[in-house]
Design a protein around this ligand. Structure first.
Ligand code: COA
Length: 153
């Protein structure tokens, strides 16, 4: 199962709770987020509107959901990645790369110049490995976080 092929499809409204559970498991597996999220469980949330707008992209492997991401257009011509979560037992098997490759192609097809995201210290090596560069620091609800951008040539 761990190395079966990955397929990606649009998330459905009725999958909201399933995806939030996945988001919780992934986020709690980040040492830097764990204590904060245990103290503020409301921080785990996937807005219904993202699902309704078809902005949630779900990765499946061997018939099981193994990750998801959200990408949305911004006003400045870039797209924004608003979360990327992979089942911890599937980390380092290419799911995150498959998801981000997929949504970057969506952004490229829509004429975007780049993809922007607010990362975290634990995920930073992943984003840098994919080609994102740090363009600043973003204030988030809990702490400053790396602001990252991938140029779409
Ligand atoms: C960040 C995250 C999405 C990465 O997903 P993933 O499926 O494990 O990523 P991939 O397997 O595609 O990794 C691709 C490359 O990124 C780098 N990378 C990924 N995770 C890394 C880590 N923990 N440390 C160092 N490099 C890492 C590696 O170069 C890796 O290639 P390799 O495994 O061949 O060395 C996943 O760890 C996750 O869900 N984290 C918790 C939620 C989170 O922080 N999301 C991001 C902000 S919302």
């Amino acid at each position: 199962m761990r190395f079966n092929p990955i397929s990606i499809r649009t998330g459905q409204a009725e999958e909201r709770a399933t995806l939030e559970d996945l988001q919780r498991r992934a986020s709690l597996a980040n040492p830097g987020d764990r204590e904060t999220l245990l103290a503020h469980p409301d921080a785990i949330s996937l807005p219904e509107a993202f699902l309704a707008a078809g902005q949630v992209h779900v990765a499946e492997r061997g018939g099981a959901i193994v990750g998801f991401t959200v990408i949305r257009p911004r006003d400045d011509g870039d797209y924004e990645l608003e979360g990327l979560f992979v089942e911890p037992e599937q980390w380092r098997t290419g799911v995150g790369t498959a998801l981000i490759t997929h949504v970057t192609e969506i952004a490229r097809s829509a004429g975007a110049n780049g993809v922007v995201t607010i990362g975290n210290d634990d995920a930073l090596p992943f984003y840098v490995a994919f080609g994102f560069g740090r363009i600043g620091t973003a204030e988030t609800r809990f702490r400053p976080a790396p602001l990252l951008r991938l140029d779409i040539p």
